[in-house]
Design a protein around this ligand. Structure first.
Ligand code: ADP
Ligand code: MG
Length: 468
């Protein structure tokens, strides 16, 4: 489940700034990021207040990938960024509140296809322009879902795949495929001039709009709007759980559309039969057409995805680096993409070419989650051996320089490679308190980027620990 949907705006903003602060130098941070204020964070977009109009273009040009990777690491979903100048007097530019400021990120499909007089709250359907069939890498894990989506996009309402239901875990490509259907249909409407009306909506927006329509006495318009479409795509149906009235409304819309042979496509995080808090009659209808899953991608598909993404960003990535990422990040594609973006951001911010060493440094914290069996004692022994120290010197009070450095390194590795708390780590190092542990970790982190020999020690020790 997408935990991040309920993330508190202030918490999000604080963490978001912290992530950025870690990745840019303090001058850039103070100049470009400190003065920003969060105006709104919603399902699809982040709206930020900037002190001057020129901030918008500067942030878009220089920091868009950093903004995106930072938000992606917190939100588990793609969002667009909009900037609103506080001081409009020097701008001379129209304020753009729509999520389209990030020009290549979203298009409004709805306005292209339908002339309509529905209430305005129903009209903001944003689609990520990147989510096409062409940019979707097909492998064993997703080929059936891909083929079915393509079939539906080419002949909506006429295949047996009605509804089309795609289910699978977070970050595996459900939204990508549903939006690819929307984009494909939208383009073919333009070509053939067929007046197919299309609605793509997340289940949250469907719910929010429904509530709003009740508040404003517009339920009739709401129902009419949804019943009037030729293609209805609803993403993340699991969020209908326990929303009984919304489910009921959706049930009637579903029936009306299905009866008329209109296409319905849905996504959910589990097979319909395992959805919790959804009415049986809805679950039953989800099984009328085709239910298909998406699995986590295999190694080859992961490599293909990384290479395709790098290519789309105009970056050449050596095979060994693509393989390194694909070997280590296995769970989902969003994480795979996030890792690549972090690596690209790091390389461009530090003006250094991407190397294997950089990849292992930058992705270390993501990768370490895979090695749950490494213990603090094991790391202590490893570090003792590596620096030829006598047993227990890390635990003792020696302030000899080489012992102190080895101790910092060992503590840092314990933080990186085990799940132990700072307190536990401190206890294993002769009862040091957690601020001493933080101090050691900071020392290593600060030196790591400048001190090649330290980086080499860390790399060797990390590899030894993981390969043990
Ligand atoms: P979900 O909706 O299942 O949580 P998304 O569709 O949002 O996942 O996918 C997460 C990210 O991974 C998106 O940026 C998407 O473009 C990318 N992605 C997922 N599957 C593929 C694929 N097969 N090929 C290329 N990119 C993919
Ligand atoms: Mg999704």
């Amino acid at each position: 489940m997408d935990q991040s949907l309920s993330i508190d705006n202030n918490v999000f903003w604080d963490n978001f700034l912290k992530i950025i602060e870690d990745q840019v130098n303090s001058q850039s941070f103070n100049t470009w990021f400190k003065p920003l204020r969060l105006l709104d964070l919603n399902q699809n977009s982040i709206i930020i207040s900037v002190p001057k109009a020129y901030f918008s273009s500067w942030l878009e040009e220089h920091y868009m990938s950093l903004l995106k990777s930072s938000s992606a690491s917190l939100l588990d979903r793609d969002v667009t960024f909009s900037f609103i100048p506080e001081d409009k007097s020097d701008s001379g530019v129209d304020i753009n509140m729509s999520p389209g400021t990030d020009t290549n990120a979203s298009v409004n499909i709805f306005s292209d296809t339908v002339k309509d007089t529905s209430p305005s709250f129903l009209k903001q359907l944003s689609i990520n322009k990147r989510f096409t069939f062409d940019s979707f890498v097909v492998g064993q894990s997703n080929q059936f879902a891909y083929a079915a989506s393509k079939a539906v996009a080419e002949a909506p309402g006429t295949t047996a795949f009605n509804p089309l239901v795609i289910y699978g875990g977070v970050g595996l490509g459900k939204t990508h495929l549903l939006q690819a259907i929307a984009i494909h249909c939208n383009n073919s409407v333009k070509k053939s001039m067929r007046e197919n009306k299309l609605i793509y909506v997340s289940s949250e927006k469907f719910t929010m709009d429904f509530i709003m329509s009740i508040q404003n006495n517009l339920t009739h318009e709401y129902t009419k709007y949804y019943r009037n479409t030729d293609i209805l795509i609803v993403d993340d149906i699991q969020f209908f759980n326990n929303k009984e009235r919304t489910q009921e409304e959706f049930f009637h819309i579903f029936n009306a559309l299905h009866l008329q042979g209109k296409q319905i496509a849905l996504s959910m995080d589990k097979p319909p039969s395992q959805l919790k808090g959804l009415a049986d009659r809805l679950i039953n209808r989800f099984q009328w057409g085709l239910v298909t899953d998406i699995q986590p991608p295999d190694f080859e598909t992961r490599i293909a995805i990384i290479k395709k993404k790098a290519e789309a960003d105009g970056v050449y990535l050596e095979n060994s680096i693509a393989e390194f990422i694909a070997e280590n990040i296995t769970s989902n594609i969003r994480e795979l993409e996030g890792s690549l973006i972090r690596l690209l951001a790091y390389s461009s911010l530090h003006c250094r070419d991407i190397s294997l060493q950089m990849a292992s440094e930058v992705l270390m914290d993501t990768i370490q989650k895979r090695y749950p069996l490494i213990t603090i004692e094991f790391i202590q022994n490893l570090v003792d051996d590596h620096f030829s120290l006598s047993k227990n010197s890390l635990i003792g009070n020696s302030r000899r320089k080489e012992v102190a450095i080895a101790r910092h390194i060992a503590i840092y590795l314990c933080k990186q490679l085990t799940d132990s708390s700072l307190k536990t780590i401190g206890l294993h190092f002769g009862g040091r308190d957690h601020s001493t542990v933080i101090y050691s970790i900071n020392i290593v982190e600060n030196k790591l980027l400048k001190d090649i020999s330290l980086a080499a020690h860390i790399k060797t020790l990390t590899e030894k620990a993981k390969n043990s």
